[in-house]
Design a protein around this ligand. Structure first.
Ligand SMILES: [Fe+2]
Length: 372
């Protein structure tokens, strides 16, 4: 199968993976043939990438970071609890309802088990296959990526659980912000922007008295927009004043916000987002954290179409863990743009002079609007 951005999909192509609706049920089954209407509808729903069938890459099955059962359980739990907080904000006073620690800890156990079972797990784009509220999907992505980084960083299971919970709940304060501001397609006014910037503090207030939840989790919500050099918000704390967990979450949060389709801009490709993050190395983000993150992100995910400097084009079919930016590419068309009858593969970790110069035929340099 191949990974295509929704803008590249054409009628007649067939889906290679299911797409779930906001309620976790199968919206479109695999093998479903795409039509113009379906493509437009998916794009409107915020789906950025889909897997489509392709006879030349039908042996390629991209690995998932978490199992489908875990994903469905997690998104259901997030949806139920976050919606509860959105619908009945006043009931949250004093953290009386709902009790989120127990279900979310159970969810963390499943996520940690799934990730621990994959020795060479790499972060790939997860924003596909679900039509959902941005906050829900984003919270899950940040949780899974942070958990993976925590495991790679050598944290204990208990530490990773706390980090994962902090990541999952980092934006929980947004559930208390007016939905019209939260989902506003246009630029926010100054007042609205100031309101949005209150979400770390609101999150902290919501979580700090939650029974059975470590206090650090509340601090993760409070501190995830703080930056190393003190340029973040709400308090402008810096360096060691920021907890390491909040630093990991801040990094992953920025990455996921950049690579996600938001109402006000197109998503950035992984390598562009990584470049932006590196521009803040040592000032906004810890260098050592960026390095570990870079080694864990599949800049060119399996299934993605890439163009080589030679003019050849193909699909990423395997990753080299030691060189995540130099995958194995199955060449499908030659320098002249002619489709090959017999595709061949190039391992870019061995052919060091061959460079990837384009991805998905897209203009990759999209202007950055910083996520909130
Ligand atoms: Fe945030």
């Amino acid at each position: 199968m191949r990974l295509l951005s929704i803008t590249q999909c054409k009628p007649g192509m067939r889906l290679a993976k299911k797409i779930f609706s906001e309620d976790g049920i199968v919206l479109l089954g695999d093998r479903m043939e795409l039509t113009n209407r379906l493509i437009t509808r998916l794009a409107e729903c915020g789906v950025q990438y889909v897997y489509v069938e392709d006879s030349r890459t039908e042996d390629i099955i991209p690995p998932s970071l978490i199992r489908e059962e875990t994903f469905r359980m997690a998104i259901k739990e997030i949806r139920t609890n976050f919606r509860e907080m959105m619908d009945r904000p006043h009931k949250r006073k004093g953290a009386a309802y709902p009790y989120i620690a127990q279900p979310f800890k159970a969810m963390m156990n499943l996520i940690i088990d799934d990730l621990s079972n994959q020795e060479e797990a790499m972060i790939m784009l997860m924003n596909m296959g679900t039509v959902d509220h941005y906050l829900f999907q984003h919270s899950l992505n940040v949780c899974v990526y942070s958990t993976l980084l925590g495991l790679s960083n050598g944290y204990s299971r208990e530490e990773v659980t706390t980090l994962g919970l902090g990541a999952l709940l980092h934006d929980i304060g947004k559930t208390q912000i007016n939905v019209n501001v939260l989902k506003k397609p246009d630029k926010l006014t100054n007042d609205e922007f100031e309101l949005m910037k209150r979400h770390p503090q609101i999150g902290f207030e919501l979580l700090k008295d939650e029974p059975n939840l470590p206090l650090i989790v509340a601090h993760c919500a409070f501190q995830h927009h703080e930056r190393l050099d003190g340029s973040g918000y709400p308090r402008g704390i810096k360096g060691n004043e920021i907890h390491d967990y909040a630093k990991w979450i801040g990094l992953v949060d920025s990455y996921d916000a950049m690579t996600t389709n938001r109402v006000y801009r197109a998503p950035m490709l992984p390598h562009d987002a990584m470049e932006r993050l590196y521009a803040g190395s040592g000032t906004l983000y810890e260098q050592r954290m960026l390095q570990l993150f870079r080694d864990k992100v599949a800049i060119y995910p399996i299934g993605m179409t890439v163009s080589l400097k030679t003019g050849e084009r193909g699909v990423v079919v395997d990753l080299n863990n030691a060189y995540p930016h130099r995958p194995v590419v199955r060449i499908l068309s030659n320098e002249a743009g002619e489709d090959l009858k017999v595709p061949y593969e190039i391992d870019l970790s061995k052919q060091l002079t061959v460079m990837i110069v384009g991805v998905n035929d897209q203009e990759t340099d999209v202007p950055l609007v910083s996520g909130i």
